[in-house]
Design a protein around this ligand. Structure first.
Ligand SMILES: CCCCCCCCCCCCCCCCCCCCCCCC(=O)SCCNC(=O)CCNC(=O)[C@H](O)C(C)(C)COP(=O)(O)OP(=O)(O)OC[C@H]1O[C@@H](n2cnc3c(N)ncnc32)[C@H](O)[C@@H]1OP(=O)(O)O
Ligand SMILES: NC(=O)C1=CN([C@@H]2O[C@H](COP(=O)(O)OP(=O)(O)OC[C@H]3O[C@@H](n4cnc5c(N)ncnc54)[C@H](OP(=O)(O)O)[C@@H]3O)[C@@H](O)[C@H]2O)C=CC1
Length: 515
């Protein structure tokens, strides 16, 4: 019997960020492995015209929950959505709901965050710092609480090169920043943000670092642990390989490369691509929840959920595997045949952006305009280039994360738990994982049917022919213009033509002799 699965049986679990990428996989695994858990409270806000209940039903009825619906047919009853907005005071939770949460909750998994790199500092502080502080305050009033698990990011200290499983202080106290946000207007925040952030590359990583400090400072008597995943990718094994449902991180790049928009990206092929599958993160999270509640470590333990030091893979190897998977399983509606490479220096990057990204987009927009349609490719390309510029920081550097606590926890698990809650990334075969990842992007994110592959291949062959035709016409025009203007070009042209003529005459003469 799994000790971890048994531990969650009969428990009331509170999850924030349950509608997000990690949150969904967390609920899925919990319901599948501990169907006898009491209740999962999820803090959800109504969004995009969908009520709370519609949002929950959408999740439960999705492909991801297929197995759960078999193992736990009453999954609808297990999940209790509570209307909450983490940007509001007391999360705008009703008095009755608050009372129930305070009196019943046994475990908290705090996953909610803004993961946008370019969020306004005020908003990022509100969600990633102030909301964490408020949740800790709530937790301190929960008599039955056994563990509080905070999901941070391995990049919360990306200003360092070697990162241990400890909390590194930021220069300004988070409490001071929270207070200042009350009376600073947006203009002041904009002016002061770069100074506060120092060598953090964006508001996301900076506020996640502040969030960790808050956790440390407000931990009181709570049993707390922090998990720091690196770049979270599609599922590796569970509930099935390749599941992914958003465009964050590598996902958007895989889409852009597969559809032929992305031709070049500034990246160090030898830099470590510290990807970690989402199911690995969730297995570790559940194991940490159990360990923190049962073993009650004396201090707040931090767990790095990274792959780099145990099973490293670099961006070069990953990129090659992504591209070779497109050969077998191409995406539909490609703009160009997928082909991309990594560039290193700034001049090449500007050149490639102009020639390989902006120029084809402009040509296509002219074609759309001439055929009476609305040009859209330049806008899309600008958006892609902006996204790439935000990701570049993470694909041109390598970090070393120590994983003592994570390895210690692995050794504490029974063989059964090591199997059911596997977070040993050493067993991961990268080539197989990346292939499934690309396939998952096609099936679950782009919702493309596998039956469409022959048609997609046919489309790519057409694009290849258009490419050859375009290049030939372009070359001939350029050459004609050059000949008209340059004596050297004319001499070269004369030389080539006379050489071909002589070659043909020789060929004809020798075949006549043979005959
Ligand atoms: C040798 C051979 C080499 C071959 C090379 C082959 C290349 C093949 C690819 C290989 C993969 C390499 C990829 C490297 C990627 C590395 C990622 C590193 C990330 C480190 C993350 C740290 C981990 C974390 O802790 S946090 C989680 C990550 N968070 C994010 O990723 C958030 C990033 N996103 C943002 O900050 C914003 O969305 C932003 C700024 C990018 C865009 O903001 P904007 O306001 O412009 O747009 P949105 O309102 O968000 O969206 C508008 C629109 O665009 C769509 N969209 C959003 N993001 C993407 C995207 N990434 N790609 C494509 N499209 C995107 C979005 O859906 C909206 O569409 P609508 O139709 O308008 O709704
Ligand atoms: N994805 C990754 O690569 C990595 C993620 N992480 C961390 O993992 C955690 C989860 O990330 P991920 O699942 O990818 O993020 P998502 O963006 O997919 O999910 C964010 C979640 O937070 C919720 N949320 C945001 N704002 C509010 C609000 N005001 N009130 C209530 N809920 C809100 C969202 O709800 P809604 O659906 O309503 O928007 C959503 O459920 C985060 O803490 C992140 O920092 C760490 C490393 C890497």
């Amino acid at each position: 019997m799994s000790m971890i699965a048994a531990f969650y049986g009969g428990k009331s679990i509170l999850i924030t960020g349950a509608t997000g990428f990690l949150g969904k996989v967390l609920i899925e695994k919990l319901c599948r492995t501990s169907p006898d858990l009491k209740v999962i409270y999820i803090l959800v806000r109504p969004k995009a015209g969908h009520t709370l209940q519609q949002r929950v039903s959408q999740i439960i009825n999705s492909k991801l929950f297929e197995k759960v619906r078999e193992v736990c047919p009453n999954v609808h009853e297990k999940i209790r959505a509570i209307s909450a907005d983490l940007n509001q005071n007391d999360f705008a939770i009703s008095k009755e709901d608050m009372q129930e949460l305070l009196s019943c909750t046994n475990i908290i998994f705090h996953c909610a965050a803004t993961v946008r790199f370019d969020d306004h500092l005020r908003h990022a502080v509100q969600l990633n710092v102030t909301a964490t502080q408020q949740l800790l305050f709530m937790a301190s009033q929960m008599p039955k609480l056994e563990a509080f698990i905070h999901i941070s990011t391995a990049f919360s200290n990306c200003n360092l090169k070697h990162i241990d499983e400890v909390i590194y202080p930021c220069s300004v106290e988070p409490k001071k920043i929270i207070d200042s946000m009350e009376w600073w207007d947006d203009a002041i925040v904009d002016e002061i943000a770069p100074k506060l952030m120092g060598d953090w590359p964006n508001t996301y990583t900076y506020t996640k670092a502040l969030g960790e400090m808050v956790v440390q400072q407000e931990s009181g008597n709570l049993n707390i642990a922090i998990i720091r995943p690196s770049i979270v990718g599609a599922t590796w094994q569970e509930p099935f390989p390749g599941w992914v449902d958003n465009l964050n991180g590598p996902n958007g790049m895989i889409v852009a490369a597969g559809r032929g928009f992305l031709r070049a990206i500034r990246a160090s092929p030898l830099a470590v691509a510290d990807l970690i599958p989402v199911d690995t993160v969730i297995n570790l999270t559940l194991a940490v929840g159990w360990y923190t509640a049962v073993h009650r470590p004396k201090s707040t333990l931090i767990y790095h959920c990274t792959s780099g030091n145990l099973n490293p893979c670099n961006w070069g190897k990953m990129g090659c595997q992504v591209l070779s998977t497109f050969e077998k399983i191409p995406f539909e509606k490609a703009f160009r045949r997928p082909h991309a490479d990594f560039t290193a220096n700034t001049i090449t990057v500007h050149y490639r952006n102009a020639v390989s990204h902006r120029a084809p987009a402009m040509i296509y927009d002219i074609y759309l305009w001439l055929t009476g349609r609305k040009p859209r490719m330049t806008k899309l390309m600008n958006r892609l280039l902006r996204t790439i510029s935000m990701l570049e920081y993470f694909i041109n550097r390598s970090w070393e994360w120590s994983t003592y606590n994570t390895e210690m926890l692995m050794s504490e698990l029974s063989p059964e738990d090591q199997r059911i809650f596997n977070f040993d990334v050493r067993q991961l075969n990268w080539l197989e994982y990346i292939e499934n990842y690309v396939l998952g992007v096609k099936k679950y994110l782009l919702k493309e049917d596998m039956a469409g592959i022959p048609e997609a291949k046919q489309h790519l062959r057409r694009l290849q022919n258009i490419y050859y035709l375009f290049n030939t016409v372009f070359f001939l025009i350029a050459w004609r213009l050059l000949i008209a203007r340059s004596q050297i070009a004319r001499n070269v042209w004369f030389f080539i033509v006379s050489f071909c003529y002589k070659f043909l005459s020789y060929f004809r003469a020798s075949s006549t002799l043979k005959a």
